[in-house]
Design a binder for this molecule. Structure first.
Ligand SMILES: *Cc1c(COP(=O)(O)O)cnc(C)c1O
Length: 360
């Protein structure tokens, strides 16, 4: 007799992350490699976060505060929302796991877009729920298509706004019209991982007041992107007290480590760092648009720190060829790749190497 794994795992594969820089250096014997593959902050994080970590290094023998009390209080003050409506996780990746464990029974349906963040489908399937896929239209969420896909089995809807990997967004009006039409027993998960990069003013700048009106809404935010703390793994989620209480039942007792907690508190206050990262992202985006235009490459309009672009050549091939030249990007499918916006220096290197690879 051999051991048996849960049947839900049969159709899952392990997540394939963006390739680490050292891997690529070793494989190709390169000195300089830049990574524009995982939407990381090219400026690292706030120096205040690093200072806070240094000051906590003598606490490593102790378990972290499992309630994240100080971080919750800092968020509560900043966001003007009660601590009872906030829960912290080891990145949003962990939260997606926790949400799946909180809500899915076998046979439930969960609606999501294609293409969007891959953890939605993985965590859904992990719990034996059925993914119901609604294709993007013009690389953008088709909210009406999602409404039409609702059945009596629908348990939850995953929304990513702006969307990863396409970078596109839907407006505040579209969100509210949508929420008005979703039955109140269906959970709507609204992932705002890239909200701080949005430039358009018809985006939902502050989604938190919506929680008062829509008790089925769950809002996800992260310290991994504009705050530049991806290595530490810390995300924050806002929802009704009832939802938070139930997520807490499936959460591990010490899921957010001490260094992550102190760094997040410090990062939250460093408005200068956030403004710099935002402005550099806008500048980098405009530069890359201009260069893509010159090369006649089609791209989706991005409200994030990454651009979804058609390189008119097999994306996996371009991925390998760029890697040999010291640039890591993310192939998507067919001729589409996703490139994260880096420092201006990194953006220029990427364009130079892309031209080489495309023979332009
Ligand atoms: C990067 C990203 C996250 C955040 O992940 P963490 O686990 O917090 O690092 C969440 N959602 C989307 C769509 C993302 O792209």
């Amino acid at each position: 007799m051999s051991i048996q794994f849960r049947e839900e795992l049969a159709n899952l594969s392990p997540y394939k992350p963006g390739r680490p820089i050292d891997d690529v250096k070793r494989e190709y014997g390169l000195q300089d490699v830049i990574k524009l593959a995982s939407n990381e902050n090219p400026f690292g994080c706030s120096p205040k976060a690093i200072e806070a970590i240094k000051n906590s290094l003598n606490n490593l023998g102790l378990y972290p505060d499992g309630n994240c009390t100080l971080l919750k209080e800092a968020l509560s003050k900043k966001l003007n929302i009660s601590v009872n409506n906030i829960i912290l996780s080891s990145g949003l990746d962990e939260m997606m796991d926790l949400l799946a464990k909180t809500f899915f029974n076998k046979g439930d349906e969960a609606i999501m877009a294609d293409i969007t963040f891959p953890r939605y489908i993985a965590t859904t399937m992990m719990m034996g729920a059925k993914p119901v896929i609604v294709p993007l239209v013009n690389w953008t969420y088709d909210l009406n298509g999602i409404l039409n896909a609702i059945t009596e089995k629908t348990k939850l809807i995953w929304l990513c706004n702006p969307n990863n990997p396409t970078g596109t967004m839907f407006t505040e009006k579209e969100l509210i019209d949508f929420l008005d039409k979703v039955p109140e027993n269906i959970v709507v998960v609204y992932d705002e991982a890239y909200r701080e990069f949005v430039t358009r003013d018809d985006y939902t700048k502050d989604s938190l007041p919506l929680l008062k009106k829509y008790a089925n809404l769950i809002i996800l935010r992260t310290f991994s992107k504009i705050y530049g703390l991806a290595a530490l793994r810390v995300g924050y989620t806002m929802a009704s007290e009832e939802i938070i209480t139930n997520i807490n039942k499936v959460r591990g007792p010490f899921n957010v480590n001490t260094l992550a907690q102190v760094a997040a508190i410090a990062a939250l206050e460093d408005e200068d760092f956030l403004r710099k990262a935002y402005e550099a992202n806008v500048e980098g985006k405009e530069y890359l648009y201009k260069e893509f235009d010159k090369l006649n490459l089609e791209y989706a309009p991005s409200e994030t720190n990454h651009i979804f672009v058609n390189v008119q050549k097999d994306g996996s091939e371009v991925f390998v060829e760029l890697q040999k030249r010291g640039v890591i990007i993310r192939p998507q499918f067919g001729q589409w790749i996703r490139v994260s916006i880096g420092t201006m220096e990194e953006n220029r290197v990427f364009i130079e190497k892309l031209k080489e690879v495309l023979g332009k």
